[in-house]
Ligand binder design. Structure first.
Ligand SMILES: Cc1ncc(C[n+]2csc(CCOP(=O)(O)OP(=O)(O)O)c2C)c(N)n1
Ligand SMILES: [Mg+2]
Length: 340
């Protein structure tokens, strides 16, 4: 299939979702990735209740298979751009949990020196270019990064841009898709379709809810896959990235997923009922993968407990690191302020 030709949302992807085809070590590593995100964020929710973490906090709980499936396919040379729901992406890209937790607290030891908080995790060393509070705000940034890579050139480097389905309503989405296609930029656009943009269901705001169809207008190849299945996501992203690298052209990958928690910590969730949440939880990415691994004889309950205990110990160490961190001196407040 030619990556420059739209597929109108037909699943391109030949996913080898049988754990046996991936091997035990690989599968346990993906489970570990998801558990690290889950345990870190559950602790963040608790810390928010204790006012240790303040401001906004958007949890990724329920969507972990997306970051855990896509990110292992990248090389250190690739760029990553994400949204305000980005704690898991930063973690799996290689930002330490200590630096993330300290940033959540607003401490100087945080990855953005305590000035960004939950929505603005950033780490140049791992080419993690944020954390962006603006819906669709990461898309032009990703296009710019890929344009820079094309012009420098940095052959082989690709940019992966994660964004929610709410971004398709933004002008920046359409401008970004147009330019990425016109200039043949190596960007993998990963749409995390969790069905809601805050309290607005996709079907209440978009005439065309098959998002991949929108890409036909930009001549961008597309695919979609179950975003609750980490192996399906991994294989889909691997194939999509191979096309982006080979053709030096963008690709739009839509992943169907669901957030189990509220949009942020201030959301009474009046727009969806408990039964819907429970239906999705039945397909939760961690327990469904755990069940499949056990059924395939790849993992025991003891293996699971071991991974889980490791993740929780890492979280507690990160909390201790953040607690011991330092506040920026008030006299430093104007540092880095460049506006007149
Ligand atoms: C340009 C802009 N408009 C509105 C908002 C307020 N806002 C914050 S999150 C959000 C919903 C975005 O939903 P989606 O893109 O689907 O991502 P999700 O939160 O579901 O991960 C909105 C409207 C914003 N941050 N930026
Ligand atoms: Mg959404």
């Amino acid at each position: 299939m030619d990556a420059t030709r739209p597929t109108n949302g037909k699943a391109l992807l030949n996913c080898a979702i049988d754990p046996a085809t991936h091997g035990r070590e690989f599968c346990l590593a993906r489970l570990r990735d998801m558990l690290r995100i889950r345990r870190m964020e559950e602790r963040c929710a608790q810390l928010y209740g204790e006012s240790k973490i303040r401001g906004f906090l958007h949890l990724y709980i329920g969507e972990e298979a997306v970051a855990a499936g896509v990110l292992p396919n990248l090389t250190p040379e690739d760029n990553v751009v994400a949204t305000y729901r980005e704690h898991g992406h930063a973690l799996l890209r290689g930002v330490s949990m200590n630096a993330i937790m300290a940033e959540m607290y607003g401490k100087q030891e945080g990855c953005s020196r305590g000035r960004g908080g939950s929505m603005h995790l950033f780490d140049r060393a791992t080419r993690f270019y944020g954390g962006n509070a603006i819906v669709g705000g990461g898309l032009p940034l990703a296009v710019g990064l890929a344009l820079a890579d094309t012009m420098l050139p940095r052959p082989g480097a690709v940019t992966v841009c994660f964004f929610g389905e709410g971004a398709v309503a933004e002008g920046a989405f359409h401008e970004s898709m147009n330019l990425a296609s016109l200039w043949r930029l190596p960007v993998l656009f990963v749409c995390e379709n969790n069905l809601y943009a805050m309290g607005t269901a996709l079907s209440r705001s978009e005439a065309q809810i098959d998002l991949t169809k929108k890409l036909a207008g930009y001549d961008i190849a597309t695919g979609h896959v179950n975003g609750m299945n980490v192996l399906a996501v991994h294989d889909a992203a691997r194939q999509a990235l191979a096309r982006v690298r080979e053709k030096r052209a963008p690709f739009f990958l839509e992943l169907h997923t669901y957030r189990f928690r509220a949009h942020s910590m201030f959301d009474p969730e009046l727009y969806r009922d408990e039964a819907e949440i429970e239906r999705w939880k039945a397909h939760g990415p961690i327990h469904s993968f755990t069940d499949r691994l056990k059924a395939a004889g790849q993992m025991t309950e003891a293996d699971f407990q071991h991974l889980d205990a490791e993740a929780m110990a890492e979280v507690e160490a990160a909390v201790a690191f953040a607690e011991a961190g330092t506040w920026e001196a008030v006299s430093d407040l104007a540092r880095d302020v460049t506006a007149a």
